[in-house]
Design a binder for this molecule. Structure first.
Ligand code: AMP
Length: 190
């Protein structure tokens, strides 16, 4: 079972992915977490991406596709991956489909967390003080939201056409969203 948690920044993808890791023993593949780990380690990759991330822009497709490819065997061994924050462009989505097909696998479900822009701005205002994430500042957050709307939201028809897309109201409590995700995961699929 391979799942994409899809949605704008601060929609709750990471929180829900972590819960699913606990509950279903799946592996969370968060390109944002991988990139932050690269920055923390002081690697060449980290130095290359830190400015881009701080501004809230997307790093190159090549970089994130390679990060994901490296982790696919581990996810496969666990019985499935939760893709969190990946794919974010059409090129990434197509590369993911190709990488999975090569391994005799595929994306089974895409769950879109729907949260309106104003609610996201409110959430992030609260989170910035605690998270310490430089890209949670209001300027960078606006850029991240813009990147989502311009480059990532256009993926919705890509997955809609494949009949893999399920929409979940992301405005409720963490528990309510979790319940809606469980329902989508446990519904019979073709
Ligand atoms: P996230 O933790 O998913 O919000 O990602 C934080 C930042 O990492 C993003 O604003 C981008 O700069 C970068 N990033 C994470 N995932 C991707 C991706 N799939 N494609 C491009 N950039 C990404």
């Amino acid at each position: 079972m391979n799942l994409i948690l899809f949605g704008p920044p601060a929609a709750g993808k990471g929180t829900q992915a972590k819960r699913l890791v606990e509950a279903r023993k799946m592996v969370q593949l968060s390109t944002g977490d991988m990139l932050r780990a690269a920055i923390a380690s002081g690697s060449a990759l980290g130095r290359r991406v830190s400015g881009i991330m701080e501004r809230g822009e997307l790093v190159s497709d090549e970089i994130v596709i390679a990060l994901i490819e490296e982790r696919l065997p581990e996810a496969e061994a666990a019985g499935g991956a939760i893709f969190d924050g990946f794919p974010r462009t059409l090129a990434q989505a197509q590369a993911l489909d190709a990488m999975l097909a090569q391994r005799g696998s595929r994306i089974d479900l895409v769950i879109r967390l729907k949260v309106d822009d104003q609610a996201l701005m409110d959430r992030i205002a609260g989170r910035y003080a605690e998270s310490g994430r430089p890209d949670d500042n209001p300027e960078s957050f606006k850029v991240r939201l813009g990147a989502y709307n311009d480059q990532t939201a256009p993926l919705l028809p890509y997955y809609g056409d494949q009949k893999k897309l399920v929409e979940v109201d992301g405005m409720g409590s963490v528990e309510a969203v979790a319940q809606a995700i469980d329902k989508a995961l446990d519904a019979p699929r073709r």
